[in-house]
Design a protein around this ligand. Sequence first.
Ligand code: FAD
Length: 415
Amino acid sequence: MPDNQTDNHFDLIIIGGGLAGASLACALKHASLKIAVVEAYPLNTDSQPSYDDRTVALSYGSRCIFDSMGLWPLLEPYAEAIETIHISDRGHFGVTRLTKQQEEVEALGYVLENRNIGQQLYADLETAEDISLFCPAVLSTLKQDAKRVSVEVSVGAQAQTLTASLLVAADGNNSKVMKLMAIGSSQKDYRQVALITNITPGKKHDNVAYERFTDTGPLAFLPMKENRCSVVWTLTAQQAEYLYALDETDFLQQLQQRFGYRLGQFKKVGVRQLYPLFLQSATQMVHGRVAILGNAAHSVHPVAGQGFNLALRDIALLSELIVDNSRAGKDIGAPSLLQNYASLREDDIKRVYRFTDALVTTFSNNIKAVAHLRSLSLLLVDVLPDLKHRLAIQSMGLNTGSGHYMTRLNRGMPL
Ligand SMILES: Cc1cc2nc3c(=O)[nH]c(=O)nc-3n(C[C@H](O)[C@H](O)[C@H](O)COP(=O)(O)OP(=O)(O)OC[C@H]3O[C@@H](n4cnc5c(N)ncnc54)[C@H](O)[C@@H]3O)c2cc1C
């Protein structure tokens, strides 16, 4: 039997079944492609790094992508709408509000727990006959030639060889695929740590997301189901460790002092977790028959909740190119297809780098002149409707760049 027809030959191998890898597999569920998803950690366990206690603020554009994929009805019961975004600078006068009414949308975005997204993505994948899940399984070797990619994966104590026309690296910011192919990345260390937790406030959150810029860094409160708020508190490593070690009462007191009483007296706090923050960018998005997406390609500061939203736009484009080539009977791993993917994604990714990096660097210091300037810029944003609309468009994930190329999934159409 020729190699291409053995059980271990696939059209596509996805390394990493986290938020990005599993979403790509779901997008391609009806594409009549044989797909392997290789994921290192068992699902539904506390050790799974992609589906942990964090939340994701999904932009309105990402909701459109999930809707076009037919997944939104599964996710919606877990999604809390963001109807207003309130941006302020602690101790200064500038404040701006973005509202769903001004932008004439149902919501500016939605907050979901990573764990719930993971459960729903895998529930959807379970119904797909052409998708094989190798889990827990890790990638050990990778080779490619002009016709195919070949990988060895360890499934328990057993090694298996899988081959495919195309391999997608969705294995996060410590990507083994990139290491095996000697693809480098540039990194900017923000020397900041995100302390993540959930709290129950005394007052109703009324679907308002708060982004407060403080002298140590941004502090975000995102509305969640059951009137909880997801807190992303950016701090120096020393401050984060100190706050992490406090008991619940002392921690809530410190948080209250930092945020104020707009949401009433904080009552309860959930598990606290720390994440070091950096900007990481792969030096190339494709290599031969390999494409890179999600955190492996770009990790950004969570200040404006852009990371997974950016990954979903990678997925919307790559899945469209794959499906179009497959329907035309063409090679889905052709280097020309992948070059097209890399060049069409470039503008959007660079725009998000600039947007998040500017927010972090402008709003994370206490130099007086900078503080006045940012107060002024917040005021300007509030009074200039066009500027405000542009900020809202970026936050809603509708400014996708790509030479204004809007994918079908972005436009609400099926693949
Ligand atoms: C504090 C914080 C808050 C955030 N908030 C937001 C937000 O509000 N909105 C937003 O859009 N984004 C947000 N993000 C970003 C978001 O979490 C990431 O964009 C998202 O997790 C990227 O998913 P991924 O699948 O690319 O990578 P990961 O989540 O890192 O998943 C990689 C997967 O690959 C698997 N894997 C790794 N190596 C191997 C291997 N060798 N073999 C097999 N499998 C492997 C891992 O087990 C994992 O499941 C936030 C990030 C942080 C740190």
